[in-house]
Design a protein around this ligand. Structure first.
Ligand code: ADP
Ligand code: ZN
Ligand code: ZN
Length: 666
C-alpha cells in the first residue's frame, strides 16, 4: 500500500492521507487532485508512507497528478514548512498562500510551457562610470564563492544603490544563476521596472506583484521554477516563489512595512529572504537609507557585512537642507505656516516644484461641530469618519462605511459643521486658494485608484507640468524629480508620542525618505517640517541625515525597554462582535500562557496583560491583543506551538483570533 500525505489549504494542522493508485507516480512536491468532502481539491504531496493511522477502507485515492506543473523542489518545500512552523500556520495554508490561484484550480486549460533560458548569460548595459563608493560596496559583496553572506547596503537617498544591485545581479547571471529582486511596491514605480529591463536587454525578466492577472501569475511561477526567467522583480510574495538556481536576493528598502504581510500568513519577506539565502548558500543584499533597527544591529554586531554609500551619486546633487518650522510661534492657517507658504511662493517664482507631504494616519479631516464638539465617528469602528468633499460623503477608512455629509449637527442641530485635520484633499483645496495659478496635483489612494492614473500623473510631474504635488506615504520613495526642490511636511507630531515603540523609527525613516525627494537635480533641496516640538532630537537627526546616531540612540532605548532586537515578540490578536468576549478569551489565553511559561524550559518568556487594540473597534468587532516576549527564538517557537494547540478550541464560535510572530505594529 503506497500512501501520500497531501497538504490542503484548509484550516487543519495535519496533512491528509491518500492512496496512490497502482502504477501511478506521485513524488513529493507534486500537485495532485484529490476528492475532499463533496468536492475535489488541488493539494501538494508533502510526504510518502507505507501505512496510515486511518483504517485503509476509509482512505480515498488520489484522483490524478497535475501534469503541466513540475513538482515543487525539496528546498522550497523545506522553506514552506519553515514558514508554517515559524509563523504558526498550517502547512496547507502556506501552500495556499504561495501557489498562484490558477495552479490550485481543479479544472482549467493546460498551461503553456515556460520556454527555455538557453543562450549566453545576459549582460548588464553599462551606464555612468561607478563612483568610488559604489565600487567599494560591490567589492565588499563576495558573490563569487558559493556562500551565504548578508550585506546591509546602507546608502543615503540618491546615493545610487540601484547601480550596486544591478552589478551584483549581473555577476549572479554571469555565473548562470537567477536573481530575485524584491521591491516594496512595483505598481507605484513602473519606470523602475522599465529601467531594469533596459539595463538587461537580453534577460528574461518577469514581474511578480499583486496587480497581475491569474494567467500572468501562473506563467511567472513557471518561468521562475523552470529557470527560464533570469530575473524576478517582485513584491513580498515573490520571496516564496520557486527557483531552479537562485544565485542572489536583493531586498530594496528593506525597512519598508509592506514586506510584512498583515493577515493570514503574517510573514516578513525580508526575514525569509535572509533565511532562504542562508539555506541556499547565496548572498542577500538588504538596501536602505534608513535600515530597520534589527538589520542595523546585525550589521553593527558583525553578523552582516556593512557597505555604506555616504554621498549622492550624481555630481552636483547635494543632500537637502532640513529645517523645522516652530508652529507654536508661526501658527499654521489651514495647515500652512507662513514660512511654508513663502517657501512655496519662492519655488513657483523660480519655476521649481514643491511637494507637500501629509502624514495620513490620524490627520484626515473629520467633521466637527463648533457648537457642541460633536465629531463624525464610525458606528462600527472606533475610528473617525473622514470627510471626502469631492464625493460629498464621509467614509470610514477601516471598514468602508459611507454616509452623506450632514447639513446640521446630528447632536445639537447647529449648522456650524466644519472639517478639522488636514487630509490631502483639504490641503489641495487650501493650496488652490493660496496659489490660484499654480498647477496642483494630489497623489493618494483615492486619486490614483484607477489603473494607470498614477503613472500618468507622475509622468506629468517629471515633465514639469505640475508645480505643487500633495501626497501621502505613497510619494515618499522611489521617484526622482530633478525640478523638485522643496518638501513641506505638514503634521507628524502624533508619531513622536505613539504607544507603538516603533513609531519614532517609522517617522524618522519617512522623513528621511521624503526629504530624499528634494534636490535630486542641480538646484539644492530644502525640507521644512512643521512641528510644535522643534527641539525634539529626532528632527535634529533628520536634519543632519544622521541615521547612525538616531539608530544608536533608538537601540539604547530598546535595550533598556527590552524590545526587539533585544527580545522577540508575538502578539495574540482577538476580536468578537459581542463586547467583552475577545478580552475574556485573551484572559484565558494569558493564564494558559503563564502556566506554559512557568516551566523550566520556558523561563525567559514573559506574558503581558490583554489590552485593547490600537483601533479598538473595527467593522463592528471589538478588538484586543496580548503580547508575549521572549529572550530567544529558540524558546519562543516551541512555546507558541503548544500555546496555539491549547487555544485551538478556546475561542468558541464568537471569537476570531490569530497569532502574529514578530509583529511590526503593536
Ligand atoms: P538610491 O536608490 O540610492 O536612492 P538611485 O539608485 O535611485 O539612488 O540613484 C540616484 C540617482 O543617481 C539616479 O538618477 C542615478 O541615475 C544616479 N546615479 C547612480 N549611480 C551613478 C553614478 N555612478 N554616476 C552618476 N550618477 C549616478
Ligand atoms: Zn453639535
Ligand atoms: Zn468603520
Amino acid at each position: 500500500m503506497k500512501l501520500a500525505h497531501v497538504a490542503l489549504d484548509v484550516p487543519l494542522e495535519e496533512a491528509f492521507d491518500f492512496l496512490i493508485p497502482e502504477g501511478q507516480l506521485a513524488p513529493i512536491g507534486s500537485l495532485v487532485v484529490v476528492p475532499f468532502g463533496r468536492t475535489r481539491r488541488v493539494g501538494v504531496v508533502v510526504g510518502l508512507a507505507e501505512g496510515s493511522r486511518v483504517p485503509v477502507e476509509r482512505l480515498k485515492s488520489i484522483e490524478s497528478v497535475v501534469a503541466d506543473i513540475p513538482p515543487i523542489a525539496s528546498a522550497e518545500l523545506e522553506l514552506y514548512d519553515f514558514c508554517a512552523r515559524y509563523y504558526q500556520r498550517p502547512l496547507g495554508e502556506v501552500l495556499g498562500t504561495v501557489l498562484p490561484p490558477r495552479l490550485r484550480q481543479v479544472s482549467r486549460r493546460p498551461l503553456g510551457a515556460p520556454g527555455e533560458a538557453g543562450g549566453a548569460a545576459p549582460r548588464l548595459v553599462e551606464a555612468q562610470p561607478l563612483t568610488q563608493e559604489q565600487r567599494e560596496a560591490i567589492a565588499l559583496c563576495d558573490t563569487e564563492s558559493d556562500a551565504f553572506q548578508a550585506v546591509l547596503l546602507h546608502g543615503v537617498t540618491g546615493s545610487g544603490k540601484t547601480e550596486v544591485y544591478l552589478h551584483l545581479i549581473a555577476r549572479a547571471l554571469a555565473a548562470g544563476r537567477q536573481a530575485l529582486f524584491l521591491v516594496p511596491e512595483i505598481g507605484l514605480t513602473p519606470q523602475f521596472e522599465m529601467q531594469v529591463r533596459q539595463r538587461f536587454p537580453e534577460a528574461k525578466l518577469v514581474a511578480a506583484h499583486s496587480h497581475l492577472g491569474e494567467g500572468e501569475r501562473a506563467a511567472t511561477w513557471l518561468a521562475a521554477q523552470s529557470g527560464a526567467a533570469h530575473i524576478v522583480l517582485g513584491t513580498r510574495l515573490a520571496v516564496l516563489m520557486p527557483f531552479r538556481r537562485l544565485g542572489i536576493i536583493v531586498v530594496d528598502e528593506e525597512h519598508d512595512l509592506s514586506y510584512k504581510q498583515q493577515e493570514g500568513l503574517r510573514y516578513s519577506a525580508r526575514d525569509i529572504a535572509v533565511r532562504r539565502a542562508q539555506r541556499l548558500g547565496i548572498p542577500v543584499i538588504l538596501g536602505s537609507a534608513t535600515p530597520s533597527l534589527e538589520t542595523f544591529a546585525n550589521a553593527r554586531d558583525g553578523r552582516y557585512v556593512l557597505a555604506s554609500l555616504t554621498r549622492r551619486a550624481s555630481s552636483g546633487s547635494a543632500m537637502p537642507v532640513v529645517r523645522t518650522v516652530d508652529t507654536r510661534a508661526d501658527r499654521p492657517h489651514e495647515g500652512f505656516s507662513h514660512a511654508l507658504v513663502e517657501a512655496i511662493r519662492g519655488r513657483l517664482a523660480k519655476k521649481e516644484q514643491s511637494l507637500i507631504f501629509v502624514n495620513r494616519r490620524g490627520f484626515s479631516p473629520v467633521l466637527f461641530c463648533r457648537a457642541c464638539a460633536w465629531h463624525s465617528t464610525c458606528k462600527r469602528c472606533s475610528a473617525n469618519l473622514v470627510v471626502h468633499l469631492g464625493a460629498r460623503e464621509m467614509r470610514c477608512h477601516h471598514c468602508g462605511h459611507r454616509s452623506r455629509i450632514p447639513a446640521v449637527c446630528p447632536d445639537c442641530g447647529a449648522a456650524d459643521l466644519a472639517p478639522i485635520g488636514h487630509g490631502t484633499q483639504r490641503v489641495e483645496e487650501t493650496l488652490v486658494a493660496l496659489f490660484p495659478h499654480a498647477r496642483i496635483a494630489r497623489v493618494d489612494r483615492d486619486s490614483t485608484s484607477r489603473k494607470g492614473s498614477l503613472r500618468g500623473l507622475l509622468e506629468k510631474v517629471r515633465k514639469g507640468e505640475i508645480d505643487i504635488l500633495v501626497g501621502t506615504q505613497m510619494l515618499a520613495k522611489g521617484h526622482d524629480y530633478p525640478k523638485l526642490t522643496l518638501v513641506g511636511v505638514l503634521d507628524c507630531d502624533s508619531a513622536l508620542f505613539s504607544a507603538d515603540f516603533r513609531a519614532s523609527e517609522r517617522l524618522f525613516s519617512q522623513l528621511v525618505q521624503v526629504s530624499g525627494r528634494a534636490g535630486r537635480g542641480e538646484a539644492p533641496g530644502e525640507v521644512l517640517i512643521q512641528t510644535d516640538f522643534p527641539g525634539h532630537p529626532l528632527f535634529a537627526a533628520v536634519a543632519r541625515q544622521d541615521y547612525a546616531r538616531f539608530a544608536e540612540d533608538a537601540l539604547a532605548e530598546r535595550r533598556l525597554a527590552g524590545f526587539p532586537p533585544f527580545s522577540h515578540l508575538a502578539l495574540l490578536r482577538a476580536e468578537s462582535r459581542k463586547a467583552g468576549e475577545a478580552t475574556v478569551f485573551l484572559k484565558l489565553a494569558a493564564r494558559l500562557a503563564k502556566r506554559l511559561a512557568s516551566r523550566r524550559e520556558a523561563k525567559d518568556i514573559e506574558v503581558f496583560d490583554p489590552v485593547p487594540a490600537p483601533l479598538e473597534r473595527k467593522a463592528g468587532y471589538e478588538r484586543a491583543q496580548l503580547l508575549v516576549r521572549a529572550a530567544s527564538r529558540a524558546t519562543l517557537q516551541p512555546f507558541l506551538h503548544e500555546w496555539r494547540l491549547q487555544l485551538a478550541d478556546k475561542g468558541g464560535r464568537h471569537v476570531r483570533w490569530s497569532l502574529d510572530v514578530d509583529p511590526q505594529e503593536v
